[in-house]
Design a protein around this ligand. Structure first.
Ligand code: GDP
Length: 517
């Protein structure tokens, strides 16, 4: 351990390090400007020299084949799945969420690992469908939201009307933190409502400028009509501070980052089955929330992304892998930056590190220095689309089995092995996941598959007394399958069928969400 590193090992120093972590994600509807804002944020943090290089295009404009090209080109998506940078004496971990709604489960899991979300809204369009959905996910977990109203350099809706819309459609209090100076082509900067300072080129305007006159008129209204920022309501997810800006013109971006530095939130406590774990607790705990396989196609390596939930992790440390009870040595934990990665000699509560492994670590797993804890809140949702896998070359059956397990562990699809021994069934939330599965099986494993329809439209995890589950499985053999963990799943052909089965088996419970971990 270097001297600098060991100086960080006292409880007070660990507390200080944790308090300066900012771990967040950006949520938005496609095209609102998430990619552009990400680039500007990384540039402000010095993580990239030139903006415009994080990604070539926004995800919605990608065609299906583009998506698969990107999936195949693991380099890009891995580099962007977490980006660590420093700004204003804070260490930021920006977690990327997939833009396409077919990958919503992945997004959900990523949001379990953040302390805050930045909601980007297009100033002309207001709240759009996907923003709303993602917001609801954040609300379920009481994740504090910071709002960035983007594209103020273009024709925009009235600022008061936008705040009303956010407040009304999301049932969320809005407290403007800044106010725009000028609109559309005349948008030159922001006024900070807390410090009463002008930012950007607005600072150069004479008081007689029409935009300054408009600003002072509007400020009277703002102060009379809108609530002030309240830390407690923000932390509880009830109130959002609102920033105005233009990611493209780089206006308002540092307002946003400065606010994250000033108000946080710092790493939150994370729930386990038995208690909440505070970030500043001394023992190290971590939650695996994402797996990415075959990042380097030449080595069958897998990266598990862990949120450090508490303590100070050092390289070489041995942690308990709670699911298996075995020790797991952290030889090469890694930090990710915009373009490269680096060995993490130490990391603190709130940080996100990549842990290379060969399949030991799964989504939802807990690593813990001592206490037997299991983090909760990382769910599997019952898939809505169920397809049987058809293998073209029977010689590759064994390879397919292994590949499906690996990709299911990564969360690409859910895998169900029918108890009657028929070929495996995969379950997905969106059909794009099937395309990705097919393409990755071919590209990474050399296995060509097709899909066949099944009579099933629903999958439900079955819990209850073991003997009763066995009896039920025997009676319903052709509709029973085991999931990746070997847990029993009932496959129903219709909602009616599902209801009837539940009614006739009141001693069993049928779940559409499975908590993993
Ligand atoms: P994403 O789909 O949310 O990642 O959105 P992008 O960042 O790819 O942006 C979508 C489009 O809006 C692109 O053409 C951007 O250049 C443009 N854009 C992003 N931010 C701004 C902005 O502040 N002002 C203007 N005028 N255009 C923007």
């Amino acid at each position: 351990m270097s001297e600098a590193a060991s100086a960080n090992a006292t409880p007070a120093a660990i507390g200080r390090e944790i308090a300066r972590r900012r771990t967040f994600a950006i949520i938005s509807h496609p095209d609102a400007g998430k990619t552009t804002l990400t680039e500007r944020i990384l540039r402000a943090g010095g993580a990239i020299q030139l903006a415009g290089n994080v990604r070539a295009k926004g995800e919605r404009r990608r065609t299906k084949s583009d998506w698969m090209g990107i999936e195949r080109d693991r380099g890009i998506s891995v580099v962007t799945s977490v980006m660590t940078f420093e700004y204003g004496d804070c260490v930021f971990n920006l977690l990327d969420t997939p833009g396409h709604e077919d990958f919503s489960e992945d997004t959900y899991r990523t949001l379990t690992a953040v302390d805050c979300a930045v909601m980007v809204i297009d100033a002309a369009k207001g709240i759009e469908a996907r923003t709303r959905k993602l917001f609801e996910i954040c609300r379920l977990r009481d994740i504090p939201i910071v709002t960035f109203i983007n594209k103020m350099d273009r024709e925009a809706q009235d600022s008061f009307a936008l705040l009303d819309e956010i407040g009304g459609t999301l049932a969320l209090d809005t407290a403007p933190a800044t106010w725009p100076v000028g609109r559309a082509a005349q948008f030159v900067g922001t006024y900070d409502l807390r410090t009463r300072e002008l930012h950007g080129a607005a600072a150069e305007l004479p008081q007689s400028d029409a935009r300054m006159i408009q600003l002072s008129e509007e400020l009277e209204l703002v102060q009379a009509a809108l609530p002030e920022f309240d830390r407690e309501s923000f932390d509880a997810g009830h109130l959002t501070p609102v920033f105005f800006g233009s990611a493209m013109k780089e206006i308002g971006v540092t307002d946003l980052l400065d606010a994250l530095v000033a108000y946080g939130p710092a790493p939150r406590a994370q729930p386990t089955e038995t208690r909440d774990v505070r970030a500043d607790e001394e023992q190290v705990t971590a939650l695996i929330f994402k797996i990415q396989a075959n990042m380097d196609p030449n080595h069958r390596d897998r990266m598990a992304f862990a949120r450090i939930c508490s303590g100070r992790l050092t390289r070489g440390m041995r942690l308990r892998h709670v699911r298996t009870g075995k020790q797991f040595a952290l030889h090469t934990p890694q930090f990710f930056f915009a373009r490269d990665r680096q060995l993490a000699e130490e990391a603190f509560g709130g940080d996100v590190v990549g842990i290379p492994n060969h399949g030991t670590l799964r989504i939802g797993d807990t690593l813990s220095e001592s206490e037997d804890l299991r983090f909760t809140g990382v769910p599997h949702f019952a898939p809505e689309i169920l397809r049987r896998v058809r293998l073209d070359d029977a010689m590759k059956a064994k390879k397919l089995r292994q590949a499906l397990v690996e990709l299911a562990e990564e969360g690409v699809v859910q895998l169900f092995r029918p108890q009657d021994g028929l070929p495996p069934i995969v379950g997905v939330v969106g059909t794009l996941q099937l395309d990705v599965l097919q393409s990755r099986l071919k590209g990474e494993y050399g296995v060509t598959i097709g899909f066949e329809s099944t009579p099933y439209t629903m999958a439900r995890w079955v819990t209850g007394d073991r003997a009763r589950i066995e009896t039920f499985s025997m009676v319903n053999r052709s509709a029973m399958a085991d999931d990746l963990d070997g847990d029993p799943v009932f496959l129903a052909s219709s909602a009616f069928m599902m209801r009837r089965t539940a009614e006739t088996n009141p001693e069993l419970a049928f779940h559409d969400i499975k908590q993993i971990g």
